[in-house]
Design a protein around this ligand. Sequence first.
Ligand code: SF4
Length: 101
Amino acid sequence: MTTRREFFINISLVGTALAGGQVFAQAATLSESDPQASALSYKADTTKVDAAKNPKHTAAQACKNCQLYQGKASDAAGACPLFAGKQVAANGWCSAYNKKA
Ligand code: SF4
């Protein structure tokens, strides 16, 4: 059972985590040459994705409509949990793309 004191400690920790997330939201832009980005065929412009290497890719797929994208629809870039501490371009794409429901 959660005591009232534990409840407020938990709320406080969530607040700290959210504040930390905002710091990440202002992190550096992910480079296509970053080893992890390159491993996932990341491109900052979805229209530049190599179709031969990524046959399932379509130009309509972009970070901004991916389930993992944490930016707002109007943001030029946003956080992605696959690339902690970096921002991915709203019009970017990687092979872990998963259409937002
Ligand atoms: Fe973009 Fe989604 Fe890949 Fe993250 S997982 S880089 S949001 S396509």
